[in-house]
Design a protein around this ligand. Structure first.
Ligand code: C5P
Length: 224
């Protein structure tokens, strides 16, 4: 499944990457360990495959990719807006961002003071970007990611169905085996009637393989 130079020729591909930052006050936020490497590698691989790529990125320490439209965001709500406003114009959406599942209910306008021994933060659930892209009237070929610490296949297949995705790329996390904040990763990719394992390799090569697989499945999808 090596992608060819033209397997996504002329197609508009929208990719989300990196973590989000959910502010608590002007100096503090809640985030996660996502480096954005997988999403950026996918954006570059899609570009190499001939696609017209838009990358919506949370805060990362990576070089800005050339020949790709980069949209920088911070919060899950901003990422939601950036993706949803652009999605109808695209053929494929790859949700590689580690979007915060919860965000502080209020952002304190001033720095929170240290007073009590114990305090609480009220969190609200964020909107699911991936699920909402998959619900759009103008259907996009929608690809999600699932980072799991256990029962990988069961959770990935459940997400594929529940969020009505066309494909899901699952990986183990928390086993010091690649994944978040790492140069390498391995993926177990699932779709309705099939699956494929992509062995541990550099995220650049892994992204090329995943783009090859997406292009292959997308062709079948187009002729439905
Ligand atoms: O359900 P879970 O959060 O594990 O699903 C992960 C997938 O959902 C990723 O592709 C991620 O980008 C996407 N997601 C999203 N919006 C959220 C949470 C997750 O798009 N609020």
């Amino acid at each position: 499944i090596q992608p060819t130079a033209h397997c996504l020729q002329g197609l508009k591909v929208l990719i989300s990457a990196g973590p989000t930052r959910e502010p608590l006050d002007p100096v503090r936020y809640i985030t996660n360990r996502s480096s954005g490497k997988m999403g950026y590698a996918l954006a570059n691989a899609a570009l190499q495959a001939g696609a017209d790529v838009t990358l919506v990125s949370g805060p990362v320490a990576l070089t800005e990719p050339a020949h790709i439209e980069l949209v920088k965001v911070e919060t899950a709500a901003q990422m939601y807006e950036a993706v949803m406003s652009r999605a109808p114009d695209h053929a494929i959406y790859i949700g590689a961002a580690a979007v915060a599942d919860y965000s502080p209910a209020i952002m304190e306008p001033e720095k929170i003071k240290k007073q009590k021994e114990l305090t609480t933060i009220i969190l609200h659930k964020t909107k699911d970007i991936l699920a909402d892209v998959a619900k759009l009237e103008k259907r996009l070929f929608t690809v999600g990611f699932a980072a799991e610490t256990h029962d990988l296949e069961a959770y990935a297949r459940d997400k594929l169905k529940r969020k009505k995705l066309d494909m899901i790329a699952a990986n183990w996390v928390g086993r010091e085996l690649g994944g978040f904040d790492s140069e390498q990763n391995a993926l177990h990719v699932f779709w309705e009637n099939g699956e494929k394992t992509l062995a541990m390799m550099d995220k650049t090569r892994l992204a090329e393989q995943l783009i090859g697989l997406i292009a292959e499945r997308f062709k079948g999808y187009e002729s439905l």
